[in-house]
Design a protein around this ligand. Structure first.
Ligand SMILES: Cc1ncc(COP(=O)(O)O)c(C=O)c1O
Length: 495
């Protein structure tokens, strides 16, 4: 086709028939609200069948088809086989539930479709407002700088990047880590999340630079061991850089002694980073503010909004106390991205200079909607409810001799297992793994798992605003039912 002809027939991706798309959009909203309202009536999880997986293997579409047909495929092949984390009995890993209004806010964000890297448009002012609210909620200094990111992993990575650059001085960006005077070291407990391991590797420090310090019986970092390790490394001529404290470890929800770590960082002139992926939000409750007091002393604080703030995926946040240090770690101003005094390239300091992403979606809108809808008062209630549910579940476990708690419960995570006199202790891991698989496959509940001192634990992490007391009654009843059935099979095989 000649250019002339093309220009005479210009197209766009907008619908030819806006009215039928409007009707389809209304149908989608109705269907999704119904889906969320009736969660409880469905299995928590259903394995995608082979038939469906095959149907998803399609050739690259050449010509297009109608939105109605595409949506029909979504309803048939996708909607029933989701992860299940919107269900009241989903408690796997630390995965939040989302809310109906954050779903709708996502539609508005995609509809307006701004790029929040920078510029004088309203989305950047919304992000600044949301960051100010988050600082206030977590009692973090007002003048700290921050950035909304995809989640806790990215937040940890960015916080640790600022730590590395600040502690090594201005040469690091130019010359890389080879310019450091000694081996750069980072300290954290053995219970720290794997996103920290990945970050350390990506920051060029090498995995050996991560000193994993043992924990006590409550899964908290042993401060005396931490001090010893730092002293030894310094004596060997290495350069300790940063200590990472946990405000809620991934396995059991342990909160490290953050005050002691803050004091040690001050004494040793080290950067203090806190991974508060979900635990940081407990700071909304006065009864947790003592345990989390050290958090406001952190140089950088990483946490998630899609976990214990129940915001639709994805949303996390990094806060950095010294805004200048934050800028110095990432700021880059090529000719085509210079901030202007007027026009669209004006506006607040560019968020793209506080992280590695230039193009950024309108994440703050769903957070803004949710905070305005519920206020901190409702968030306090819901977080307290999840904490009470964890205690309730622990109480049920303690009442049943067939079940055993495997860790203390400082926050919202309960680790337990089924124990049977009939089954050899060596077979308990296999048995509990089998119970977990059955809980999933029968669509009853989705806890996840971990190993605690070598014991396979069924792990219930409650960041779910839809769970009710009865859901935990059912979990306990079904764990025992499946446990008894499976141990009988194992026992029969043994004799
Ligand atoms: C303590 C902790 N830190 C970091 C992360 C990583 O967060 P995200 O999955 O949002 O990247 C998690 C995830 O569960 C976590 O529990």
């Amino acid at each position: 086709m000649h250019e002339k002809e093309i220009l005479a027939n210009e197209k766009s991706l907008d619908p030819k028939d806006w009215e039928s798309l409007r009707q389809l959009g209304h149908q989608m909203v109705d269907d999704m609200l119904h889906y969320l309202k009736t969660q409880r009536q469905r299995p928590v999880w259903q394995k995608p069948p082979e038939r469906v997986k095959k149907k998803l293997l399609q050739p690259l579409p050449g010509a297009g088809e109608t939105p109605e047909n595409i949506y029909r495929e979504f309803l048939e092949n996708m909607l029933p086989y989701q992860m299940g984390n919107v269900h009241p009995r989903f408690w796997g890993w630390v995965i939040g539930t989302g809310t109906p209004l954050t779903m709708l806010a996502e539609m508005l964000a995609a509809g307006t479709n701004p790029n929040c890297g920078g510029g004088d448009h309203v989305a950047n002012y919304v992000e600044a407002q949301v960051l100010d609210w988050l600082k206030e909620m977590l009692r973090y200094p007002k003048d700290a700088s921050g950035l909304l990111v995809s989640g806790g992993s990215m937040a940890n990575f960015l916080g640790l990047a600022v730590a590395r650059n600040t502690q090594t001085g201005s040469m690091i960006r130019e010359k890389g880590v080879v310019s450091a005077p000694g081996k750069l070291l980072v300290y954290c407990s053995t219970e720290t999340h794997s996103s920290v391991d990945k970050s350390i590797e990506l920051l060029g420090l090498g995995h050996e630079a991560l000193r994993k310090i043992p924990v006590d019986d409550n899964f908290k970092i042993k401060i005396s061991e931490l001090e010893k390790s730092i002293a030894q490394d310094k004596a060997a001529g290495h350069q300790p850089l940063c200590i990472i404290g946990n405000a809620g470890t991934v396995n059991t929800g342990a909160i490290d002694d953050l005050e002691a770590i803050a004091n040690l960082c001050m004494r040793e002139n080290l950067w203090f980073h806190v991974d508060g992926a979900f635990g940081a939000l407990a700071n909304l409750l006065p009864e947790y503010q003592k345990a989390l007091a050290g958090m406001s002393r952190a140089d950088s604080l990483a946490f998630d909004l899609h976990k214990w703030m129940y915001i639709a995926y994805e949303a996390g946040c990094i806060l950095v106390k010294d805004a200048e240090r934050h800028k110095q770690a990432f700021e880059y101003v090529p000719d085509y991205l210079m901030r202007h005094d007027r026009g669209l390239p004006a506006g607040p300091y560019y968020f793209s200079n506080l992280g590695i992403e230039l193009s950024r979606g309108f994440k703050s809108l769903k957070v803004w909607f949710s905070l305005k809808e519920h206020g901190t008062a409702k968030y306090q209630k819901l977080i307290r409810q999840n904490l009470a549910q964890a205690k309730y579940l622990a109480g049920l476990i303690e009442k049943h001799s067939e079940l055993e708690l495997l860790a203390p419960i400082p926050l919202n995570i309960v680790c337990y297992r089924f124990v049977s006199r009939k089954v050899d202790a060596a077979k308990l891991n296999e048995l509990n793994k089998e119970i977990l698989m059955e809980l999933h496959e029968q669509g009853i509940a989705v806890p996840s798992f971990t190993l605690l001192h070598g014991k396979y634990a069924i792990r219930v992490a409650i960041t779910n605003h839809r769970s009710r007391k009865e859901d935990f009654d059912l979990l306990v009843k079904e764990t025992i039912r499946i446990g008894e059935e499976k141990s009988k099979i194992i026992f029969d095989k043994m004799i």
